[in-house]
Design a protein around this ligand. Structure first.
Ligand code: FES
Length: 152
């Protein structure tokens, strides 16, 4: 069985898989127990499965596991800790930005990537960055407030 090795949240991990082209999301959730990234559409269209490849948001549901071999992935579990949350995580809690919470992983990860490249985004830039992350509950106003809070 082929083995795929890559870095997850700063630690080298290996997974034996029958199909190395299975979605990265499956390995994260089923092999490593990292259930922060969610399965939403499975088609790369909703953003619920977003992780970071270095600092770039990546839709793990449509990324073959083989494509991240030797690379570095960060999931929301590696973004912050309960004691030391990432500023975006802290702001999402402060603004109660989630309703059902299913989109929150993707919103947080995409926002963290935005702030890493643009620490003081405008409202329009935040909306643009999150335009392809879907929220069915309609908490966009609170999400926007949270990202603005995180940007200080
Ligand atoms: Fe990956 Fe929707 S579950 S984009």
């Amino acid at each position: 069985m082929p083995t795929v090795t890559f870095t997850v949240n700063g630690t080298a991990r290996s997974v034996d898989v029958r199909d190395p082209d299975q979605p990265l999301l499956y390995a994260l959730r089923n092999s490593f127990g990292l259930t922060g990234p969610k399965f939403g559409c499975g088609l790369g269209q909703c953003g619920a499965c977003t992780v970071l490849l270095d600092q770039t948001p990546l839709r793990s549901c449509v990324t073959p596991l083989s494509a991240v071999a030797g690379k570095s992935i960060t999931t929301i579990e590696g973004l912050g800790t309960p004691d030391k949350p990432h500023p975006v995580q802290a702001a999402f809690i402060a603004e109660q930005a989630a309703q059902c919470g299913y989109c929150a992983n993707g919103m947080v990860m995409t926002s963290a990537a935005l702030l890493a490249s643009n620490p003081k985004p405008s409202e329009a830039e935040i909306k643009d960055a999150l335009a392809a992350n879907l929220c069915r509950c309609g908490t966009h106003v609170r999400i926007l407030r949270a990202v603005m809070r995180a940007s200080g």
